[in-house]
Design a binder for this molecule. Sequence first.
Ligand code: MD5
Ligand code: FE
Length: 206
Amino acid sequence: REIAPGAVHVPGWLSLDQQRHLVQACREWAKGPVPIRHTVLPGGGVMSVRTVCVGWHWQPYRYTRLAHDVNGRRVAEFPAWLKELGRRALADAYGKEMPYDPDTALINFYDGQARMGMHQDKDERADAPVVSLSVGDACLFRFGNTETRGKPYTDVRLESGDLFVFGGPSRLAYHGVPKVYPGTGDPATGLAAGRLNLTMRVTGLG
Ligand code: MD5
Ligand code: FE
């Protein structure tokens, strides 16, 4: 389960009930106050995933309270139950209780064609771990290195209910999602098609 120092994959961490709860919560956030949308990059490119944020709004390449690039509204509050889930995730992945105070969550929705190119998550000013939860269709997750977008990397299949924690030296590793496997999810989660990924982060902002 330890893919690299600080990078821990815990298959099947979420129960079906927890997955259902997460899907329902994300469905509500997707409606607003800031609706889910395809993020437009500064160069004009449009991301193939659709994203909705909680706590802080992410727009490439910064966090703001208001969604200036969507409708100018403030995103939904980061809920206490999600923080608690994040703390349990860290404790289970690393085998010890640790302080963790995530203040933002990014929820990405992938349809069968969506991809995420290799990138680093470096818009946060804190070095706290990222907690990643997946529901729905399986995907190919590519976990790379901190130096380049290219090899060496490790390919991992992420399934519905899987937890991945990226901390320590793995926090700034390049990573991406080259492929989603349509039709592999269990409709009992409430997601009829596609893949949902929720990441919790500490922005380090006031
Ligand atoms: C996803 N999301 O499956 C992934 C899971 C994103 C994103 O990449 O930026 O929204 S998060 C994987 C991740 C996060 C932080 C660090 C590392 C991986 N890492 O060091 O490999 O939609
Ligand atoms: Fe990322």
